[in-house]
Write a protein that binds this ligand. Structure first.
Ligand SMILES: *[C@@H]1O[C@H](CO)[C@@H](O)[C@H](O)[C@H]1NC(C)=O
Ligand SMILES: *[C@@H]1O[C@H](CO)[C@@H](O)[C@H](O)[C@H]1NC(C)=O
Ligand SMILES: *[C@@H]1O[C@H](CO)[C@@H](O)[C@H](O)[C@H]1NC(C)=O
Ligand SMILES: *[C@@H]1O[C@H](CO)[C@@H](O)[C@H](O)[C@H]1NC(C)=O
Ligand SMILES: *[C@@H]1O[C@H](CO)[C@@H](O)[C@H](O)[C@H]1NC(C)=O
Ligand SMILES: *[C@@H]1O[C@H](CO)[C@@H](O)[C@H](O)[C@H]1NC(C)=O
Ligand SMILES: *[C@@H]1O[C@H](CO)[C@@H](O)[C@H](O)[C@H]1NC(C)=O
Length: 492
Protein backbone atom coordinates (compact mmCIF):
# COMPACT_ATOMS: atom_id res chain seq x y z
CA UNK A 1 0.00 0.00 0.00
CA UNK A 2 1.30 3.43 -0.83
CA UNK A 3 0.23 6.83 0.32
CA UNK A 4 -1.45 9.04 -2.24
CA UNK A 5 -0.33 12.63 -2.48
CA UNK A 6 -3.61 13.80 -1.04
CA UNK A 7 -3.14 11.57 1.97
CA UNK A 8 0.34 12.93 2.52
CA UNK A 9 -0.95 16.45 2.32
CA UNK A 10 -3.69 15.70 4.80
CA UNK A 11 -1.16 14.18 7.23
CA UNK A 12 1.16 17.13 6.88
CA UNK A 13 -1.76 19.47 7.51
CA UNK A 14 -2.80 17.57 10.61
CA UNK A 15 0.76 17.67 11.92
CA UNK A 16 1.16 21.37 11.30
CA UNK A 17 -2.27 22.23 12.70
CA UNK A 18 -1.63 20.24 15.85
CA UNK A 19 1.75 21.88 16.32
CA UNK A 20 0.02 25.20 16.01
CA UNK A 21 -2.68 24.24 18.46
CA UNK A 22 -0.40 22.71 21.07
CA UNK A 23 1.63 25.89 20.97
CA UNK A 24 -1.36 28.08 21.62
CA UNK A 25 -1.31 30.11 24.79
CA UNK A 26 -3.20 28.79 27.77
CA UNK A 27 -5.28 31.33 29.62
CA UNK A 28 -4.68 31.38 33.34
CA UNK A 29 -7.66 31.68 35.63
CA UNK A 30 -7.85 32.94 39.16
CA UNK A 31 -10.41 31.30 41.40
CA UNK A 32 -10.49 32.55 44.97
CA UNK A 33 -6.90 32.42 46.15
CA UNK A 34 -5.82 29.90 43.56
CA UNK A 35 -4.39 30.23 40.10
CA UNK A 36 -5.62 27.58 37.71
CA UNK A 37 -3.52 26.57 34.75
CA UNK A 38 -6.20 26.85 32.07
CA UNK A 39 -9.91 27.30 31.44
CA UNK A 40 -10.19 23.60 30.67
CA UNK A 41 -8.65 22.74 34.01
CA UNK A 42 -11.24 24.96 35.61
CA UNK A 43 -14.03 23.10 33.80
CA UNK A 44 -12.59 19.73 34.73
CA UNK A 45 -12.15 20.51 38.41
CA UNK A 46 -15.42 22.42 38.58
CA UNK A 47 -13.70 25.07 40.70
CA UNK A 48 -15.64 28.28 41.15
CA UNK A 49 -18.06 27.48 38.34
CA UNK A 50 -21.78 27.13 39.03
CA UNK A 51 -23.40 24.17 37.42
CA UNK A 52 -25.61 26.21 35.10
CA UNK A 53 -26.52 25.28 31.55
CA UNK A 54 -24.39 27.88 29.80
CA UNK A 55 -21.31 26.87 31.76
CA UNK A 56 -21.98 23.22 30.96
CA UNK A 57 -22.29 23.98 27.27
CA UNK A 58 -19.13 26.09 27.31
CA UNK A 59 -17.12 23.38 29.02
CA UNK A 60 -18.58 20.74 26.73
CA UNK A 61 -17.25 22.60 23.70
CA UNK A 62 -13.81 23.23 25.11
CA UNK A 63 -10.95 20.99 24.08
CA UNK A 64 -7.27 21.10 25.02
CA UNK A 65 -6.46 23.82 22.52
CA UNK A 66 -9.59 24.67 20.59
CA UNK A 67 -13.05 25.86 21.36
CA UNK A 68 -16.04 24.85 19.22
CA UNK A 69 -18.29 27.76 18.37
CA UNK A 70 -21.54 26.83 16.64
CA UNK A 71 -20.01 27.07 13.19
CA UNK A 72 -16.28 27.35 13.65
CA UNK A 73 -13.26 26.34 15.64
CA UNK A 74 -11.49 28.92 17.75
CA UNK A 75 -7.96 28.73 19.15
CA UNK A 76 -8.41 28.91 22.91
CA UNK A 77 -6.34 32.05 23.32
CA UNK A 78 -9.19 33.88 21.61
CA UNK A 79 -11.48 33.16 24.56
CA UNK A 80 -12.28 36.00 26.97
CA UNK A 81 -10.43 38.62 24.94
CA UNK A 82 -13.36 41.01 24.71
CA UNK A 83 -14.20 40.20 21.09
CA UNK A 84 -17.18 38.04 20.11
CA UNK A 85 -15.47 35.55 17.82
CA UNK A 86 -18.33 33.01 17.93
CA UNK A 87 -20.95 35.61 16.96
CA UNK A 88 -23.29 34.34 19.70
CA UNK A 89 -21.06 35.64 22.51
CA UNK A 90 -20.38 32.15 23.77
CA UNK A 91 -16.60 32.64 23.80
CA UNK A 92 -17.01 35.66 26.05
CA UNK A 93 -19.25 34.03 28.64
CA UNK A 94 -18.96 36.43 31.60
CA UNK A 95 -19.55 33.77 34.24
CA UNK A 96 -16.36 32.08 33.12
CA UNK A 97 -14.32 34.99 31.77
CA UNK A 98 -14.57 36.98 34.98
CA UNK A 99 -12.04 34.52 36.46
CA UNK A 100 -9.42 35.24 33.80
CA UNK A 101 -6.17 36.25 35.44
CA UNK A 102 -4.64 39.45 34.11
CA UNK A 103 -0.96 40.24 34.14
CA UNK A 104 0.04 42.32 37.12
CA UNK A 105 0.15 45.57 35.21
CA UNK A 106 -3.05 45.02 33.25
CA UNK A 107 -6.49 46.38 33.94
CA UNK A 108 -9.27 43.82 34.28
CA UNK A 109 -12.63 44.68 32.76
CA UNK A 110 -15.76 43.47 34.55
CA UNK A 111 -16.19 40.76 31.91
CA UNK A 112 -12.74 39.40 32.70
CA UNK A 113 -11.01 40.84 29.65
CA UNK A 114 -7.52 42.21 30.36
CA UNK A 115 -6.36 45.44 28.78
CA UNK A 116 -3.01 47.19 28.80
CA UNK A 117 -2.86 50.16 31.16
CA UNK A 118 -2.40 52.72 28.41
CA UNK A 119 -5.78 51.77 26.97
CA UNK A 120 -7.40 53.23 30.06
CA UNK A 121 -8.85 56.68 29.58
CA UNK A 122 -7.59 57.05 26.03
CA UNK A 123 -10.97 58.03 24.63
CA UNK A 124 -11.65 54.61 23.14
CA UNK A 125 -13.75 52.05 25.06
CA UNK A 126 -11.78 48.81 25.12
CA UNK A 127 -13.76 46.85 27.71
CA UNK A 128 -17.05 45.51 26.36
CA UNK A 129 -18.79 47.52 29.08
CA UNK A 130 -16.77 50.67 28.39
CA UNK A 131 -15.78 51.03 32.04
CA UNK A 132 -12.14 51.63 31.07
CA UNK A 133 -13.27 55.12 30.06
CA UNK A 134 -15.45 55.90 33.06
CA UNK A 135 -14.78 59.06 35.05
CA UNK A 136 -14.26 56.98 38.18
CA UNK A 137 -11.65 54.72 36.58
CA UNK A 138 -9.79 57.68 35.15
CA UNK A 139 -9.80 59.68 38.38
CA UNK A 140 -8.41 56.68 40.21
CA UNK A 141 -5.78 56.15 37.57
CA UNK A 142 -4.61 59.75 37.80
CA UNK A 143 -4.62 59.97 41.58
CA UNK A 144 -2.87 56.71 42.38
CA UNK A 145 -0.34 56.79 39.61
CA UNK A 146 2.45 59.27 40.01
CA UNK A 147 4.45 58.12 37.00
CA UNK A 148 4.46 60.89 34.44
CA UNK A 149 5.57 60.86 30.82
CA UNK A 150 8.60 63.04 29.97
CA UNK A 151 8.62 66.20 27.85
CA UNK A 152 9.42 65.21 24.27
CA UNK A 153 8.46 68.19 22.15
CA UNK A 154 11.08 69.94 20.04
CA UNK A 155 11.50 72.93 17.76
CA UNK A 156 9.72 71.40 14.73
CA UNK A 157 6.72 70.00 16.61
CA UNK A 158 3.23 71.37 16.67
CA UNK A 159 1.36 69.52 19.40
CA UNK A 160 -1.91 69.35 21.31
CA UNK A 161 -2.13 67.44 24.58
CA UNK A 162 -5.35 66.41 26.25
CA UNK A 163 -7.02 64.01 28.61
CA UNK A 164 -10.09 62.56 27.05
CA UNK A 165 -12.37 60.70 29.38
CA UNK A 166 -15.84 60.94 30.72
CA UNK A 167 -17.79 63.61 28.95
CA UNK A 168 -15.14 66.27 28.68
CA UNK A 169 -11.79 66.80 27.14
CA UNK A 170 -9.15 68.59 29.23
CA UNK A 171 -6.40 70.43 27.35
CA UNK A 172 -2.92 70.29 28.89
CA UNK A 173 0.30 72.08 28.04
CA UNK A 174 2.65 69.70 26.21
CA UNK A 175 5.83 71.32 27.52
CA UNK A 176 5.58 69.70 30.97
CA UNK A 177 5.67 66.10 32.17
CA UNK A 178 2.26 64.59 31.58
CA UNK A 179 0.05 62.10 33.44
CA UNK A 180 -0.81 58.64 32.11
CA UNK A 181 -3.66 58.54 29.61
CA UNK A 182 -2.66 61.92 28.15
CA UNK A 183 -3.12 61.89 24.41
CA UNK A 184 -0.57 63.89 22.42
CA UNK A 185 -1.50 64.81 18.91
CA UNK A 186 1.75 65.58 17.08
CA UNK A 187 2.30 67.29 13.77
CA UNK A 188 5.33 68.79 12.12
CA UNK A 189 5.21 72.59 11.84
CA UNK A 190 5.16 74.08 8.35
CA UNK A 191 8.63 73.74 6.74
CA UNK A 192 9.44 70.76 8.96
CA UNK A 193 9.08 67.18 7.86
CA UNK A 194 9.10 63.75 9.49
CA UNK A 195 11.82 61.46 8.19
CA UNK A 196 9.07 58.93 7.47
CA UNK A 197 6.91 61.50 5.68
CA UNK A 198 4.06 60.72 8.08
CA UNK A 199 3.83 64.23 9.56
CA UNK A 200 1.07 63.23 11.94
CA UNK A 201 1.03 60.89 14.88
CA UNK A 202 -1.03 60.37 18.01
CA UNK A 203 0.76 58.97 21.03
CA UNK A 204 -0.50 58.10 24.48
CA UNK A 205 1.13 58.27 27.90
CA UNK A 206 1.06 54.77 29.36
CA UNK A 207 0.38 53.81 32.97
CA UNK A 208 4.10 53.37 33.69
CA UNK A 209 5.04 56.88 32.57
CA UNK A 210 6.34 56.05 29.09
CA UNK A 211 4.90 57.09 25.74
CA UNK A 212 3.47 54.19 23.75
CA UNK A 213 5.21 55.27 20.53
CA UNK A 214 8.32 57.24 19.69
CA UNK A 215 7.59 60.91 18.93
CA UNK A 216 7.44 62.28 15.40
CA UNK A 217 10.90 63.18 14.24
CA UNK A 218 10.33 66.60 12.65
CA UNK A 219 13.37 68.03 10.90
CA UNK A 220 13.78 71.18 8.87
CA UNK A 221 12.53 70.46 5.38
CA UNK A 222 15.70 71.32 3.50
CA UNK A 223 16.16 71.95 -0.19
CA UNK A 224 12.53 72.01 -1.18
CA UNK A 225 11.13 75.45 -1.93
CA UNK A 226 7.40 75.43 -2.40
CA UNK A 227 6.99 76.84 -5.86
CA UNK A 228 10.17 76.06 -7.64
CA UNK A 229 9.93 75.09 -11.24
CA UNK A 230 13.16 74.90 -13.15
CA UNK A 231 13.69 75.14 -16.82
CA UNK A 232 16.60 72.75 -17.11
CA UNK A 233 18.30 74.47 -19.99
CA UNK A 234 18.57 78.08 -18.96
CA UNK A 235 22.06 79.03 -19.95
CA UNK A 236 22.39 82.66 -19.17
CA UNK A 237 22.08 84.36 -15.84
CA UNK A 238 18.55 85.44 -15.18
CA UNK A 239 16.86 87.53 -12.58
CA UNK A 240 14.89 85.40 -10.18
CA UNK A 241 11.87 85.98 -8.04
CA UNK A 242 11.78 86.11 -4.27
CA UNK A 243 10.89 82.60 -2.99
CA UNK A 244 13.04 81.14 -5.68
CA UNK A 245 16.27 80.41 -3.89
CA UNK A 246 15.33 80.52 -0.21
CA UNK A 247 18.68 79.30 1.16
CA UNK A 248 20.55 82.23 -0.38
CA UNK A 249 21.79 84.61 2.28
CA UNK A 250 23.65 87.88 1.92
CA UNK A 251 26.70 88.93 3.92
CA UNK A 252 27.01 92.59 4.81
CA UNK A 253 29.90 94.36 6.41
CA UNK A 254 30.29 97.74 8.00
CA UNK A 255 31.68 100.40 5.74
CA UNK A 256 31.79 103.70 7.60
CA UNK A 257 28.36 103.91 9.14
CA UNK A 258 26.68 101.79 6.49
CA UNK A 259 26.16 98.08 5.98
CA UNK A 260 27.22 97.01 2.50
CA UNK A 261 26.92 93.80 0.57
CA UNK A 262 30.21 91.93 0.17
CA UNK A 263 29.63 88.19 -0.29
CA UNK A 264 27.03 85.49 -0.63
CA UNK A 265 26.35 82.48 1.54
CA UNK A 266 23.98 79.55 1.96
CA UNK A 267 21.77 78.55 4.88
CA UNK A 268 22.45 74.97 5.84
CA UNK A 269 20.28 75.12 8.97
CA UNK A 270 18.35 77.79 10.82
CA UNK A 271 21.52 78.94 12.62
CA UNK A 272 24.37 77.91 10.36
CA UNK A 273 25.50 79.64 7.16
CA UNK A 274 28.18 78.31 4.82
CA UNK A 275 30.36 80.69 2.83
CA UNK A 276 33.84 81.00 1.34
CA UNK A 277 36.70 81.48 3.80
CA UNK A 278 38.24 84.18 1.61
CA UNK A 279 35.12 86.28 2.20
CA UNK A 280 35.31 86.39 5.98
CA UNK A 281 38.75 85.32 7.18
CA UNK A 282 39.98 88.86 7.80
CA UNK A 283 36.75 90.36 9.12
CA UNK A 284 35.90 90.32 12.83
CA UNK A 285 32.56 88.65 13.50
CA UNK A 286 30.93 91.79 14.92
CA UNK A 287 31.45 93.47 11.55
CA UNK A 288 29.28 90.94 9.72
CA UNK A 289 25.52 90.77 9.33
CA UNK A 290 23.67 87.93 7.61
CA UNK A 291 20.49 88.73 5.67
CA UNK A 292 18.09 85.97 4.59
CA UNK A 293 14.94 86.32 2.53
CA UNK A 294 16.69 89.16 0.71
CA UNK A 295 16.00 89.90 -2.89
CA UNK A 296 17.82 93.18 -3.17
CA UNK A 297 21.49 93.49 -2.32
CA UNK A 298 20.71 96.77 -0.55
CA UNK A 299 20.77 96.24 3.21
CA UNK A 300 18.30 99.09 3.65
CA UNK A 301 15.81 98.07 0.98
CA UNK A 302 12.42 97.43 2.60
CA UNK A 303 11.55 93.80 2.03
CA UNK A 304 8.92 92.33 4.27
CA UNK A 305 10.29 88.78 4.12
CA UNK A 306 13.86 89.70 5.00
CA UNK A 307 15.49 88.74 8.31
CA UNK A 308 18.86 89.88 9.68
CA UNK A 309 21.10 88.23 12.22
CA UNK A 310 24.43 89.03 13.82
CA UNK A 311 27.29 86.53 13.83
CA UNK A 312 28.30 84.93 17.13
CA UNK A 313 30.95 82.61 15.80
CA UNK A 314 33.04 82.01 12.68
CA UNK A 315 34.61 78.62 11.94
CA UNK A 316 37.14 78.83 9.13
CA UNK A 317 38.57 75.58 7.80
CA UNK A 318 41.87 75.04 9.66
CA UNK A 319 43.79 74.36 6.43
CA UNK A 320 42.66 77.54 4.69
CA UNK A 321 45.66 79.72 3.75
CA UNK A 322 44.15 82.17 1.27
CA UNK A 323 46.31 82.84 -1.81
CA UNK A 324 49.26 81.03 -0.21
CA UNK A 325 47.25 77.82 -0.33
CA UNK A 326 45.73 78.56 -3.75
CA UNK A 327 42.39 79.07 -2.03
CA UNK A 328 42.22 75.42 -1.01
CA UNK A 329 39.66 74.52 1.70
CA UNK A 330 37.92 77.83 1.02
CA UNK A 331 35.10 77.32 3.55
CA UNK A 332 33.80 79.11 6.62
CA UNK A 333 30.76 78.44 8.75
CA UNK A 334 29.03 81.38 10.38
CA UNK A 335 26.82 80.86 13.40
CA UNK A 336 24.08 83.44 13.80
CA UNK A 337 22.81 84.72 17.12
CA UNK A 338 19.24 83.49 16.69
CA UNK A 339 17.59 80.88 14.48
CA UNK A 340 16.14 82.24 11.25
CA UNK A 341 12.36 81.87 11.15
CA UNK A 342 11.52 79.44 8.36
CA UNK A 343 9.19 80.64 5.63
CA UNK A 344 8.67 80.41 1.89
CA UNK A 345 11.64 82.70 1.43
CA UNK A 346 13.94 81.40 4.17
CA UNK A 347 14.75 77.67 4.12
CA UNK A 348 18.00 75.74 4.45
CA UNK A 349 19.41 73.67 1.63
CA UNK A 350 20.18 69.95 2.00
CA UNK A 351 23.66 68.52 2.27
CA UNK A 352 24.33 64.86 1.56
CA UNK A 353 26.33 63.91 4.64
CA UNK A 354 28.16 60.99 3.07
CA UNK A 355 31.75 61.81 2.27
CA UNK A 356 32.10 61.81 -1.48
CA UNK A 357 33.51 63.51 -4.56
CA UNK A 358 30.87 64.79 -6.94
CA UNK A 359 33.23 64.18 -9.87
CA UNK A 360 33.45 60.44 -9.20
CA UNK A 361 30.36 59.79 -11.28
CA UNK A 362 30.88 62.76 -13.51
CA UNK A 363 28.97 63.03 -16.77
CA UNK A 364 28.26 65.71 -19.32
CA UNK A 365 24.73 66.30 -18.05
CA UNK A 366 25.66 67.36 -14.58
CA UNK A 367 24.38 70.85 -13.99
CA UNK A 368 24.08 72.97 -10.94
CA UNK A 369 22.48 76.26 -10.15
CA UNK A 370 24.06 79.23 -8.45
CA UNK A 371 22.49 82.49 -7.38
CA UNK A 372 24.22 85.69 -6.55
CA UNK A 373 24.18 89.45 -6.63
CA UNK A 374 27.65 89.84 -8.02
CA UNK A 375 29.02 91.76 -10.93
CA UNK A 376 27.18 91.21 -14.17
CA UNK A 377 28.54 90.87 -17.68
CA UNK A 378 28.67 94.65 -18.11
CA UNK A 379 30.67 95.17 -14.94
CA UNK A 380 28.07 96.62 -12.61
CA UNK A 381 26.80 94.97 -9.42
CA UNK A 382 23.49 93.25 -9.84
CA UNK A 383 20.88 95.10 -7.80
CA UNK A 384 18.80 91.95 -7.44
CA UNK A 385 19.29 88.26 -6.98
CA UNK A 386 20.22 86.48 -10.18
CA UNK A 387 20.75 82.82 -10.92
CA UNK A 388 22.72 80.83 -13.45
CA UNK A 389 22.67 77.22 -14.48
CA UNK A 390 26.22 75.97 -14.85
CA UNK A 391 27.65 72.83 -16.33
CA UNK A 392 29.90 70.93 -13.92
CA UNK A 393 33.24 70.26 -15.64
CA UNK A 394 35.58 67.36 -14.97
CA UNK A 395 38.93 68.42 -13.48
CA UNK A 396 40.83 67.02 -16.49
CA UNK A 397 38.79 69.06 -18.92
CA UNK A 398 39.00 72.12 -16.69
CA UNK A 399 42.79 71.98 -16.64
CA UNK A 400 42.97 71.33 -20.36
CA UNK A 401 40.70 74.19 -21.30
CA UNK A 402 41.71 76.91 -18.86
CA UNK A 403 44.44 79.48 -18.85
CA UNK A 404 47.73 78.42 -17.26
CA UNK A 405 47.43 80.67 -14.20
CA UNK A 406 44.08 79.13 -13.40
CA UNK A 407 45.20 75.53 -13.25
CA UNK A 408 46.75 75.61 -9.80
CA UNK A 409 43.31 76.12 -8.27
CA UNK A 410 42.03 72.81 -9.59
CA UNK A 411 42.44 70.02 -7.05
CA UNK A 412 40.66 66.99 -5.68
CA UNK A 413 38.81 69.15 -3.15
CA UNK A 414 37.54 71.57 -5.77
CA UNK A 415 35.71 71.38 -9.06
CA UNK A 416 35.05 73.66 -12.01
CA UNK A 417 31.75 74.77 -13.44
CA UNK A 418 30.64 77.24 -16.00
CA UNK A 419 29.52 77.53 -19.56
CA UNK A 420 31.65 78.59 -22.41
CA UNK A 421 28.83 80.57 -23.91
CA UNK A 422 28.22 83.54 -21.78
CA UNK A 423 27.44 82.79 -18.15
CA UNK A 424 29.93 83.03 -15.41
CA UNK A 425 30.22 84.00 -11.81
CA UNK A 426 31.93 87.02 -10.52
CA UNK A 427 32.95 89.08 -7.53
CA UNK A 428 30.20 89.18 -4.99
CA UNK A 429 29.05 85.74 -5.99
CA UNK A 430 31.88 84.43 -3.82
CA UNK A 431 30.61 82.23 -1.05
CA UNK A 432 27.39 81.41 -2.88
CA UNK A 433 26.37 77.79 -3.18
CA UNK A 434 26.12 75.61 -6.25
CA UNK A 435 23.10 73.36 -5.81
CA UNK A 436 22.20 70.22 -7.71
CA UNK A 437 18.64 68.98 -7.94
CA UNK A 438 18.10 65.39 -6.85
CA UNK A 439 15.16 64.03 -8.81
CA UNK A 440 14.74 61.08 -6.49
CA UNK A 441 14.06 63.13 -3.35
CA UNK A 442 12.82 66.26 -5.12
CA UNK A 443 15.31 68.31 -3.15
CA UNK A 444 18.25 70.60 -3.85
CA UNK A 445 21.62 69.59 -2.45
CA UNK A 446 24.58 71.88 -1.88
CA UNK A 447 27.61 70.62 -3.80
CA UNK A 448 29.92 73.58 -4.17
CA UNK A 449 30.82 76.97 -2.76
CA UNK A 450 32.00 79.66 -5.17
CA UNK A 451 35.70 80.18 -4.58
CA UNK A 452 37.74 81.57 -7.48
CA UNK A 453 36.84 83.26 -10.77
CA UNK A 454 39.31 84.95 -13.08
CA UNK A 455 38.51 88.54 -13.89
CA UNK A 456 39.67 91.31 -16.09
CA UNK A 457 42.22 93.25 -14.03
CA UNK A 458 41.00 96.58 -15.43
CA UNK A 459 37.22 96.37 -15.50
CA UNK A 460 36.77 93.62 -12.90
CA UNK A 461 34.28 92.17 -15.34
CA UNK A 462 34.38 88.44 -15.29
CA UNK A 463 35.51 86.61 -18.36
CA UNK A 464 32.69 84.42 -19.46
CA UNK A 465 34.96 82.07 -21.31
CA UNK A 466 36.49 81.03 -17.99
CA UNK A 467 35.12 78.50 -15.58
CA UNK A 468 34.79 79.19 -11.89
CA UNK A 469 36.28 77.10 -9.11
CA UNK A 470 34.06 75.66 -6.42
CA UNK A 471 35.07 74.13 -3.14
CA UNK A 472 33.77 70.55 -3.28
CA UNK A 473 31.38 70.36 -0.31
CA UNK A 474 31.16 66.55 -0.41
CA UNK A 475 34.85 66.37 0.45
CA UNK A 476 34.38 68.50 3.58
CA UNK A 477 31.30 66.98 5.24
CA UNK A 478 33.43 65.53 8.04
CA UNK A 479 34.45 69.04 8.99
CA UNK A 480 31.02 70.65 8.44
CA UNK A 481 28.82 68.03 10.09
CA UNK A 482 29.88 68.30 13.75
CA UNK A 483 29.48 72.08 13.67
CA UNK A 484 26.15 71.79 11.86
CA UNK A 485 24.97 69.30 14.45
CA UNK A 486 26.08 71.37 17.40
CA UNK A 487 24.08 74.39 16.27
CA UNK A 488 21.12 72.62 14.70
CA UNK A 489 17.91 73.49 16.54
CA UNK A 490 16.27 70.29 15.31
CA UNK A 491 18.44 68.29 17.66
CA UNK A 492 18.39 70.54 20.71
C1 LIG B 1 -7.61 34.09 50.52
O1 LIG B 1 -8.09 35.38 50.14
C2 LIG B 1 -8.76 36.08 51.16
C3 LIG B 1 -9.29 37.40 50.56
O2 LIG B 1 -9.82 37.17 49.30
C4 LIG B 1 -7.79 36.34 52.30
O3 LIG B 1 -8.44 36.99 53.36
C5 LIG B 1 -7.20 35.02 52.78
O4 LIG B 1 -6.22 35.24 53.77
C6 LIG B 1 -6.61 34.25 51.63
N1 LIG B 1 -6.14 32.96 52.06
C7 LIG B 1 -4.95 32.46 51.79
C8 LIG B 1 -4.66 31.07 52.30
O5 LIG B 1 -4.12 33.08 51.13
C1 LIG C 1 5.08 76.12 28.18
O1 LIG C 1 4.24 76.75 27.25
C2 LIG C 1 3.56 77.88 27.74
C3 LIG C 1 2.64 78.38 26.67
O2 LIG C 1 2.22 77.37 25.83
C4 LIG C 1 4.57 78.93 28.17
O3 LIG C 1 3.88 80.02 28.73
C5 LIG C 1 5.53 78.34 29.17
O4 LIG C 1 6.54 79.27 29.48
C6 LIG C 1 6.15 77.09 28.65
N1 LIG C 1 6.97 76.47 29.68
C7 LIG C 1 8.19 75.99 29.42
C8 LIG C 1 8.87 75.34 30.58
O5 LIG C 1 8.71 76.05 28.33
C1 LIG D 1 6.92 54.86 9.09
O1 LIG D 1 5.52 54.78 8.82
C2 LIG D 1 5.02 53.46 8.73
C3 LIG D 1 3.55 53.54 8.33
O2 LIG D 1 2.89 54.59 8.94
C4 LIG D 1 5.23 52.75 10.09
O3 LIG D 1 4.76 51.43 10.01
C5 LIG D 1 6.71 52.76 10.43
O4 LIG D 1 6.91 52.19 11.70
C6 LIG D 1 7.23 54.19 10.44
N1 LIG D 1 8.68 54.19 10.66
C7 LIG D 1 9.28 55.03 11.53
C8 LIG D 1 10.76 54.95 11.62
O5 LIG D 1 8.63 55.83 12.20
C1 LIG E 1 5.65 50.43 30.06
O1 LIG E 1 4.46 49.78 29.67
C2 LIG E 1 4.42 49.34 28.32
C3 LIG E 1 3.04 48.78 28.02
O2 LIG E 1 2.54 48.07 29.07
C4 LIG E 1 5.53 48.34 28.07
O3 LIG E 1 5.52 47.92 26.72
C5 LIG E 1 6.86 49.01 28.38
O4 LIG E 1 7.91 48.08 28.23
C6 LIG E 1 6.86 49.55 29.80
N1 LIG E 1 8.09 50.30 29.99
C7 LIG E 1 8.77 50.28 31.12
C8 LIG E 1 10.02 51.08 31.18
O5 LIG E 1 8.39 49.63 32.09
C1 LIG F 1 24.30 60.67 -0.89
O1 LIG F 1 25.47 60.20 -1.46
C2 LIG F 1 25.58 58.80 -1.49
C3 LIG F 1 26.96 58.45 -2.03
O2 LIG F 1 27.16 59.04 -3.28
C4 LIG F 1 24.45 58.23 -2.34
O3 LIG F 1 24.51 56.83 -2.36
C5 LIG F 1 23.13 58.67 -1.77
O4 LIG F 1 22.06 58.25 -2.58
C6 LIG F 1 23.09 60.18 -1.63
N1 LIG F 1 21.87 60.55 -0.93
C7 LIG F 1 21.02 61.44 -1.41
C8 LIG F 1 19.81 61.70 -0.57
O5 LIG F 1 21.20 62.02 -2.46
C1 LIG G 1 24.33 96.59 -16.63
O1 LIG G 1 23.18 95.82 -16.93
C2 LIG G 1 22.09 96.02 -16.05
C3 LIG G 1 20.97 95.09 -16.42
O2 LIG G 1 21.17 94.39 -17.56
C4 LIG G 1 21.67 97.48 -16.07
O3 LIG G 1 20.61 97.68 -15.14
C5 LIG G 1 22.83 98.34 -15.70
O4 LIG G 1 22.48 99.71 -15.82
C6 LIG G 1 24.02 98.05 -16.61
N1 LIG G 1 25.18 98.84 -16.18
C7 LIG G 1 25.98 99.46 -17.01
C8 LIG G 1 27.12 100.16 -16.38
O5 LIG G 1 25.79 99.43 -18.20
C1 LIG H 1 38.63 86.02 -21.88
O1 LIG H 1 39.56 84.95 -21.87
C2 LIG H 1 39.95 84.53 -23.16
C3 LIG H 1 40.82 83.28 -23.03
O2 LIG H 1 41.64 83.33 -21.91
C4 LIG H 1 40.70 85.70 -23.83
O3 LIG H 1 41.08 85.31 -25.13
C5 LIG H 1 39.76 86.90 -23.92
O4 LIG H 1 40.42 88.01 -24.42
C6 LIG H 1 39.22 87.24 -22.52
N1 LIG H 1 38.18 88.26 -22.64
C7 LIG H 1 38.16 89.35 -21.87
C8 LIG H 1 37.05 90.31 -22.12
O5 LIG H 1 39.02 89.54 -21.02
Amino acid sequence: MSWSEADMLAILLIISVSVLLVDSVQIRMRCGNFTIRSIRQMCLTNSCLDDDLEVQEFCHNLYESIFKCPFKMLPINFLCDGINHCNNGMDENPTICKYKQCKSYEYKCSNGQCIEPWRLCNGIPDCLDGLDESVLTCRQLLSKNNARCPVIIKEGHSTTCYLNYGAKMTLLSCNQTLPPATVMDMKCKPFYIDSNNTNHKTIICQGNGTWNLSPLDCKTDCGAPEKLKIEPLILHGFEIKPHFWPWYSVLYTEDGDKWVFFCSSTLISTRVVLTAAHCVWEIPKHKIRVGAGKYSSDFYAIEKESQFRTVTEIFTHPLYQDILGNYGSDLSLLIVNRAFRLSNTVLPICINWSLRNILNNWNDNMKGMVAGMGIMENGSLSPFLRASVLQIISNERCIAEQAFEFRKFVSITSFCAGTKDGTTLCNGDSGSGLAVFDKHSGKWFLEGVVSVSLKDPNTYACNSSHYSIFTNVGMYVDWIYPIYLKYNMDYN
